[in-house]
Ligand binder design. Structure first.
Ligand code: ADP
Length: 241
């Protein structure tokens, strides 16, 4: 039944942009339009095409996660380098979403990356990157401009924790247990407007579990959310060498 639902969901997610896209193609083929109008249609078509591209990219990521062996302990991932890539992409996304892309790259959020420790994680870099960047980009996408996003690493005896805290709308408790299901969305229109696929948290949870950890979510409506990627300290090397 899960497989059937998944196939139905994927088909639906692909059919929606495809329907819009082929509608525009038909219009362009049959009606001569003024240049400005034509350009507008092409722009809308590009949005739908990139929506399908993101969806296919996330589906491939999920299927790779399902089809590969659990991450070993031989690949070393330097946190500082990983986090600086995540942060610069989050800044760019914040600027694009607020319409300030181009020359003046204005970040519309207060993005606070607390000093990243010189730690090395033993795991798969590409997976950890997807997991973390999904959490940070969600915080940017769901937090209105002017809000604060605070990213911090910490650890105790058992766990290494990445916390991504935002001052966005927050999430009601009844949604929390379902949030990492594939295609489960609380705010459907916000997800669509900001290029969501509905698969980001499913990917993050999968990556966390494959590395022996978990995805933890705390949120309060009106207060914001805290998404935590929790990994076992067995995957931590304290000093970069
Ligand atoms: P999407 O591509 O729709 O963002 P995700 O799997 O990443 O899919 O997230 C699932 C849903 O969880 C989102 O549609 C959104 O409703 C909710 N969500 C995720 N992150 C946040 C956040 N930081 N603040 C509020 N809601 C969030």
């Amino acid at each position: 039944a899960m497989r059937r639902d998944f196939v139905a969901n994927v088909s639906h997610e692909i059919r929606t942009p495809l329907t819009v896209l082929s509608g525009f193609v038909e219009t362009l083929q049959s009606i001569p339009l003024p240049e400005a109008e034509r350009q507008r249609y092409l722009d809308l078509m590009a949005v739908q095409a990139s929506r399908m591209q993101s969806l296919v990219a996330d589906l491939l990521t999920l299927s790779q996660l399902e089809g590969s062996l659990p991450p070993g302990m031989s690949e070393k991932v330097a946190l500082q380098e990983l986090m600086s890539q995540v942060a610069s992409e989050a800044q760019a996304l914040s600027a694009v979403l607020s319409g300030h892309e181009g020359d003046q790259k204005t970040c519309a959020h207060h993005l606070v990356l607390e000093s990243v420790p010189a730690w090395v994680l033993l795991g798969v870099r590409s997976e950890l990157y997807s997991a973390i960047s999904n959490l940070v980009s969600n915080a940017v996408r769901y937090t209105p401009a002017g809000g604060t996003i605070r990213v911090a690493w910490s650890r105790d005896a058992e766990q290494v924790i990445l916390s991504v805290r935002d001052t966005g709308p927050g999430i009601a408790p009844e949604h929390l247990p379902r949030l990492s299901e594939r295609f489960y969305r609380v705010d459907r229109s916000r997800s669509r407007e900001t290029g969501g696929t509905g698969l980001g948290l499913a990917i993050t949870k999968h990556v966390a579990q494959r590395h022996g950890g978990e995805l933890r979510i705390e949120s309060q409506v009106g207060q914001g959310s805290n998404f935590m990627l929790v990994l076992p300290t067995s995957r931590l090397v304290l000093q970069a060498d």
